[in-house]
Design a protein around this ligand. Structure first.
Ligand SMILES: [Zn+2]
Length: 275
């Protein structure tokens, strides 16, 4: 007979999507939805979702890098590439944004690497197709709006790293990943969080333990389940409130009306208003 702990771990794992990719997208991507809407298109022409595995480069599952990846349930980390090989975290993108858009405008992608931090699904659209979407002025305005939101988040990185404690920065980071995916648990290693936030792995483990003691999260071998989002936000640094405002503003701009969640996603989303 399974122990209570095993049952809890099983229930957490059941919240992660299963292989193989589903033909019907789950909760769509805000940026892609807005680009399609500006072009008078719907999602019927898109290829089925791809599945992104935690810790892998999301572009590994594609034949070339000439794609823009729009996460639907996955979350991708954008990492800078330093000359000494260090890969500090720069930004994260879930169903609010994309990875791989920069090469449409410059060779900036060479300066970045990508890693999946929340395993899940995403839509991969050829870069040439996204280029065509952006010929429509409303689509370009949408992208400018997204970039404004993105740059606002980037501008807080140095302040947060130099002024706020590891405990609060980790809570903020978990909250940022959590609100970008309909999944309730985050499949990420302590080592990855340490690398992203330039902290020691031991410090991350200790901080997560303290956060778990508040009841905000539960820790299960490689999975962090968010149990109380309000408590998680309470434990964030002040940057968390700015994150929330920026994301809400962008979501309102990208999706003026909130569609009801498709029935096929109920087991994933559990009626979450984040969809
Ligand atoms: Zn901060």
């Amino acid at each position: 007979m399974a122990s209570t702990e095993e049952k809890t771990i099983d229930s957490v794992r059941q919240q992660t999507p299963s292989h193989p990719p589903r033909a019907t997208p789950t909760c769509k991507n805000y940026l892609l939805d807005a680009l399609l809407r500006a072009n008078g298109l719907d999602s019927a022409s898109l290829s089925p979702e791809i599945f992104l595995e935690t810790g892998k480069d999301p572009f590994d599952s594609l034949k070339t890098t000439n794609f823009v990846i729009f996460p639907t349930t996955a979350v991708i980390a954008v990492l800078g590439t330093m000359q000494d090989g260090f890969l500090p975290g720069v930004a994260i993108a879930g169903f609010d944004g994309s990875a791989g858009m920069a090469p449409l405008f410059s060779d900036a992608q060479k300066a970045y690497k990508f890693k999946t931090v929340q395993q899940g699904h995403a839509l991969a659209v050829p870069s040439s197709t996204v280029d065509l979407y952006l010929e429509v002025s409303e689509a370009r305005e949408t992208l400018n709006e997204y970039l404004r939101f993105f740059i606002e988040a980037l501008s807080m990185v140095p302040h947060c790293a130099s002024r706020h404690s590891a405990d609060k920065r980790i809570a903020r980071w978990l909250g940022s990943v959590y609100v970008r995916s309909p999944l309730k648990s985050i499949t990420v290693t302590h080592e990855f969080i340490a690398g992203y936030l330039s902290l020691r792995r031991e410090s991350v483990t200790e901080s997560l333990g303290r956060l778990a003691a508040t009841g905000a999260i539960e820790l299960h071998r490689g999975i962090i389940a968010v149990r109380d989002q309000d408590l998680l936000i309470e434990n964030c640094c002040s940057c968390g409130a700015t994150d929330k405002q920026g994301l809400s503003r962008w979501q309102a701009r990208a999706r003026p009306t909130t569609p009801s969640c498709p029935a096929t996603t109920k087991e994933v989303c559990a009626g979450s208003p984040r969809c």
